[in-house]
Ligand binder design. Structure first.
Ligand SMILES: Nc1nc2c(c(=O)[nH]1)N[C@H]1C(S)=C(S)[C@@H](COP(=O)(O)O)O[C@H]1N2
Ligand SMILES: [Mo]
Length: 184
């Protein structure tokens, strides 16, 4: 019985792979939306339905810009080697510059609210982000940030190489990031 089940699943998988239509491409190439930016000046992309954590945490998607991992990989990139948690192990993070993600969405606000899967929220002034070159990390030490660990995305600052940031704690280093909205 179990074997029949496995064989049936395999057939379905083969059929999906073989048909090569939009379904197969969105699964294999672009993958799911990993980030939404609310109230974007240039909304668009594969905007999800406003359900699940978007609804629970009040992330409005009426004028949102949605990014898949592939969309984020196309933006200007930066690598940061620094300690996380503060004073702990040194690791190398990389990903698009957060300021460029906000630019791509045309989000014109003074401060953003960065929302994480666990409900943690960091409010950060945009000029602080621009001045200090935070990234929205996608990888750590070459491996994609895992959802459930620090992923899918994490805000990382060049704390180790930047005098003014050397005393910074971890409050503005949200992991598990999936949405950005104007600060309240
Ligand atoms: N999503 C999320 N990111 C977060 C936090 C959190 O609770 N949730 N805590 C912040 C703080 S205050 C610290 S010290 C570090 C490590 O937090 P943790 O010990 O809860 O992982 O992550 C930062 N980023
Ligand atoms: Mo903390």
């Amino acid at each position: 019985m179990r074997l029949v089940h496995a064989a049936a699943s395999l057939l379905v998988l083969l059929a999906v792979a073989a048909c090569g239509g939009d379904d197969a491409r969105s699964l294999s190439a672009d993958g799911p939306v990993v980030l939404v930016v609310s109230e974007a000046g240039s909304p668009g992309g594969p905007v999800p339905r406003e359900e699940g954590l978007y609804a629970n945490y009040g992330v409005e998607l009426d004028n949102a810009r949605a990014f898949t991992r592939v969309d984020l990989v196309g933006l200007p990139w930066r690598q940061i080697t620094t300690d996380f948690p503060a004073g702990g192990e040194t690791r190398t993070f990389d990903g698009p510059r957060l300021a460029d993600v906000l630019d791509a969405a045309d989000l014109e606000v003074e401060a953003v609210r960065i929302v994480s899967l666990d409900g943690y929220e960091a409010q950060i002034p945009v000029d602080f982000i621009e001045t200090h070159g935070a990234i929205l990390a996608i990888r750590v030490d070459g491996a994609p940030l895992a959802t459930g660990a620090l992923g899918p995305l994490m805000v990382v600052w060049p704390r180790r190489d930047n005098g003014p940031l050397s005393d910074m704690g971890d409050e503005l280093w949200p992991w598990g990031v999936f949405a950005i909205a104007p600060a309240e």
